[in-house]
Write a protein that binds this ligand. Structure first.
Ligand code: UGA
Length: 433
């Protein structure tokens, strides 16, 4: 049986390792973070991701997955190594490839047989070649180590579902044998496999995320026109989506995209293109629109109140989207910062991400685990993340608990007709007040 090693037990690495174990492979996940590996060895999933905890325990029980910090030993026995370490954004917007390069060097130094290195991390075009160079420089010259690009398209919050039901698997390889080798690993996933060159595969990942981000900024821009001319953006998006060339997905207007992918990847693409002497004007606008959109509820509240000093504001939802505790680049963070600067008193509610918000804001905001408690005696409630708990909230609770029932809804959670039957003053995105 092939020995699959996954380097990096972050979001993508863990989901990849567990999914290969689930379909029957023997997988070893390695990481230099001892505390993370300790947790995983005990069967505790360090990230919140629906279904992952159960699948992890199942794979451990079946003895199909193991976790170690002993990278030397793991790389020595490897037939195939998936690299899924982070490529965080540097202050200048480009991707930080330090971790990736370190892993490549460790692999080269420890490899004891021919192997295929598969890069899952999102990396700028040309990075696979950099990895190839490192392997060539440090590995035993008689070893054949090929590098294959295999970008990941899973979403946080539905990672396992996306791995098993994704639209495609992209494999970028410069040698047909390596492409077949990796295709074979994915055979039981029963998904369409697209084989292309390494550079095209690397670009497919960036272009896909940039396109999805563009769809979001596009509909958000349309939502502003809808507000101005009295159209309803949800109706407009629905009508547009009926055209199969446009498609109905990713046309939800709101307060913009966040998370660890779209903001980082759009910015990296703009920066790396600039290094090639190209200005990506469309993508720059996509980012500008998103920056504006993330603060839209702040602008609305400022317009409503004039001064926000000492106004009590409930921020409902902190994670960048539901079903995750990830607050990276979340609109909640940008909003809280602006409201605090304006002297408002903030209470944050989120079903699971409060510890993360606490790490960012400490005692400068109040926290509540209870939605209705969070809106009690507040001047305004801002809906930032469309958690089920929020979408299903009783409107009467806003009427009775708030100082004045006032909602700025950044995710269009409530039906307009329902709200009209209440005393709530309600502002949403791209729909009439
Ligand atoms: C995104 C992509 O969807 C994945 O295909 C990709 O693999 C991943 O990035 C990555 O590069 O690793 P993710 O960031 O987990 O996945 O989350 P999405 O569900 O795509 O949502 C991103 C943001 O867009 C969220 O803040 C969400 O609220 C916002 N969004 C999404 C909208 O504002 N409107 C929409 O219609 C859809």
């Amino acid at each position: 049986m092939k020995q699959i090693i996954v380097a990096g037990t972050g979001y993508v690495g863990l989901a990849t390792g567990v999914s290969f174990a689930t379909i029957g492979f023997k997988v070893t996940c390695v990481d230099i973070d001892e505390s993370k590996i300790n947790l995983l060895q005990k069967g505790i999933c360090p990230i919140y991701e629906p279904g992952l905890q159960e699948a992890l325990l199942e794979s451990i029980m079946q003895e199909r997955i193991e976790f170690t910090t002993n990278i030397n030993q793991a790389y020595r026995k490897a037939d195939v190594i998936f690299i899924a370490v982070g490529t965080p954004e540097l202050p200048d917007g480009t991707a930080n490839l330090t971790y990736l390069k370190e892993v490549a060097k460790d692999i080269a130094i420890n490899a004891s047989k021919d192997l295929v290195v598969v890069i899952k991390s999102t990396v700028p075009v040309g990075t696979n070649e950099v990895v190839k160079q490192i392997l060539k420089e440090f590995a035993h010259p008689q070893l054949k180590i090929d590098v294959v690009s295999n970008p990941e398209f899973l979403r946080e919050g539905s990672a396992l579902h996306d791995i098993f039901h994704g639209d495609r698997i992209v494999i970028g390889a410069d040698h047909p044998q390596s492409a077949s080798y990796v295709s074979e690993l994915y055979k039981s996933f029963n998904l369409p496999i697209f084989v292309t060159s390494v550079r095209s595969a690397e670009m497919i990942k960036y272009a896909s995320n940039a396109f999805l981000a563009t769809k979001i900024s596009f509909i958000n821009e349309i939502s502003s026109i809808c507000e101005a001319v009295g159209a309803d953006v949800e109706q407009v998006a629905h009508g547009m989506g009926l055209d199969r060339r446009i498609g109905s997905q990713f046309l939800n207007a709101g307060i913009g995209f966040g998370g660890s992918c779209f903001p980082k990847d759009t910015s990296a693409l703009v920066k790396s293109s600039a290094l090639e002497g190209l200005e990506l004007k469309l993508l720059k606008s996509v980012i500008d629109i998103n920056d504006y959109q993330q603060l839209k509820l702040y602008e609305l509240a400022k317009l409503y109140f004039g001064s926000l000093k000492d106004k009590q504001i409930a921020i409902l939802g902190a994670s960048f989207k539901p079903n995750t505790n990830d607050i990276r680049h979340a609109p909640s963070i940008a909003l809280i910062k602006e409201f605090l600067k304006a002297g408002a008193i903030i209470t944050v509610y989120d079903p699971i991400a409060l510890p993360e918000v606490n790490r960012e804001f400490g005692d400068s905001v109040k926290y509540s685990n209870d939605l209705y408690e969070a809106i009690s005696n507040q001047d305004a409630a801002l809906i930032v993340t469309e958690w089920n708990e929020i979408v299903q909230a009783e409107l009467s609770q806003f009427e009775t608990r708030m100082k004045q029932p006032l909602i700025f809804d950044g995710r269009n959670c409530f039906n307009l007709e329902e709200v009209q039957n209440t005393n709530i003053q309600y502002y949403s995105i791209g729909r009439k007040p």
